[in-house]
Ligand binder design. Structure first.
Ligand code: NAD
Length: 443
């Protein structure tokens, strides 16, 4: 137990008030928002001072600047990040984001969330995150391939199948992972090559991926919705849902939720927002997005403004795009029963306060979107054992782990009379603290 709680608060306060050298206000806020939430959870988890200190900053921050030849023969210089937050529970694990707003502070916050997500779900991995500050839509497929391969090569021994295992995130997909895998495998001798396959997860099935990985995060979101509905005695059949983001997480959540009878009435992505009170068919919208690049202009719905999007009355709201979307103002406008965070960090601390006052339930990111890392773990095990599991096995194992973590979060929240986010982080912190106490800190 902490002998001097005041001192530890100062420690955390010191870290939050440190100036950060990043470029955008948004990202700086995200890391600070995360520390505010963490500080709240630390009050409910018995913790050693030195563990708080360790968790305040990532263990390693890798930044690489690398040139890549574009299709027109000219060179561009790119900045890539890999932040390794903590590995007390296992190898570093986390996604690679390609987005024009990627910064060091954003990736730091995302890496820390991975540490707590894995601890909560009892996945034997630590937390990491990485990315490149680019707008992927501005590059051709061949350029993206060269950027990805050069980035992987430059990360070199900073990643590894038993050390740090990347996965897809915003702006990346199974193709990106297969390029990373192939590059990394080719950096090893012929006899050692295939042991490197699990350097990344989220690969295509043909290149060593797992059944069920593509839909895993959306599937996990829906398992959480089902647990919430069971507890509340709420019928999903005939209910309504709204989505922000219609990429991997959003579109898979939409398809699975709609199979349970819930109706999607509004969607927003980077191209605009659309609404239809009678319902939007997820499959048709997926085809439209594949064809046109975004939801804007979809013929089966009317376009609405961003302000009106947040005001659409619904039962379930799933943010599945960027962080810091549900601000104080948005929280006041929202008219929903539950928010299930498919995205990482979509709700600000001030926004959440208002939601809780309004009686809106929040299922936080570390719980709601953990399906991705759970099935990534299954993929990693399958690669390690040269196995190929059937979808039913993947889904039932995922269901078991999501349900177990969900109930641990809810029991903790009830026992301590606290919100779900604080509870989920506190459960994770307790586990991490225990391991640090058992193992001690070298030397
Ligand atoms: P994606 O790239 O497949 O899709 C991102 C979606 O967000 C797209 O529909 C895009 O149009 C939309 N978007 C981008 N900018 C927007 C804006 N300004 N306003 C509204 N919409 C915008 O990414 P993804 O893999 O679905 O990830 C989405 C979120 O889920 C991220 O926060 C990510 O960290 C989180 N997440 C993803 C996984 C995974 O397995 N892919 C796992 C856990 C958490």
């Amino acid at each position: 137990m902490s002998k001097n709680p005041k001192k530890t608060e100062e420690v955390l306060g010191g870290a939050t008030s440190q100036p950060m050298e990043d470029l955008t206000g948004t990202s700086v806020d995200f890391f600070r928002e995360h520390l505010v939430q963490l500080q709240g959870a630390m009050k409910h988890a018995p913790m050693e001072d030195h563990v708080r200190l360790i968790l305040n900053e990532p263990k390693n921050e890798v930044i690489v600047n690398f040139p890549v030849r574009m299709d027109d023969g000219k060179f561009e210089l790119f900045t890539g990040y890999r932040i390794q937050h903590n590995n007390i529970l296992g190898p570093y694990k986390g996604g690679m984001r390609y987005h024009h707003d990627v910064t060091l502070a954003e990736v730091k916050a995302l890496a820390a969330l991975m540490t707590y997500k894995c601890a909560l779900l009892e996945v034997p991995f630590g937390g990491a995150k990485g990315g490149i500050r680019i707008r992927p839509r501005d590059y051709t497929k061949t350029e993206l391939e060269r950027i990805t391969r050069r980035f992987t090569h430059d990360l070199g021994s900073n990643i590894g199948p038993e050390y740090d295992i990347p996965a897809p995130d915003m702006g990346t997909n199974s193709q990106t992972m297969v390029w990373m895998m192939d590059t990394y495998m080719n950096m090893h001798g012929a006899t050692d090559k295939h042991a490197q396959r699990r350097i990344v997860t989220g690969k295509s099935l043909t290149s060593g991926g797992s059944r069920g990985r593509t839909k895993a995060t959306g599937q996990g979101v829906v398992y959480c919705v089902q647990e919430w509905a069971d507890e509340k005695g709420f019928r999903l059949d005939g209910s309504s849902f709204v989505l922000q983001g219609f990429g991997n997480v959003g579109s898979n959540t939409a398809q699975i939720l709609s199979r349970l009878g819930s109706i999607m009435t509004a969607v927003q992505d980077h191209t605009g927002a659309i609404y239809n009170s009678q319902g939007i068919y997820p499959r048709k919208l997926i085809d439209w997005v594949e064809e046109t690049g975004g939801v804007a202009g979809y013929p089966g719905a009317e376009e609405i403004s961003p302000e009106d999007f947040w005001r659409v009355k619904c039962d379930i709201l799933v943010p599945a795009a960027l962080e810091l979307q549900i601000t104080e103002k948005v929280a006041r406008d929202l008219d929903c029963r539950v928010i299930v965070e498919g995205a990482n960090g979509p709700t600000t601390a001030a926004g959440e306060k208002i939601l809780l006052e309004k009686g809106v339930d929040v299922i936080p990111d570390v719980m709601a979107n953990a399906g991705g890392v759970v099935v990534s773990y299954f993929e990693w095990i399958q690669n390690k054992r040269s196995e190929s599991w059937q979808l039913q096995e993947v889904d039932s194992r995922l269901h078991f782990m999501m349900k177990r973590a969900y109930h641990e979060m809810r029991n903790f929240a009830r026992e301590h009379d606290i919100d779900n986010r604080t509870a989920s982080l506190a459960v994770a912190l307790e586990r991490i603290n225990k391991v640090y106490v058992e193992r001690g800190v070298f030397p």
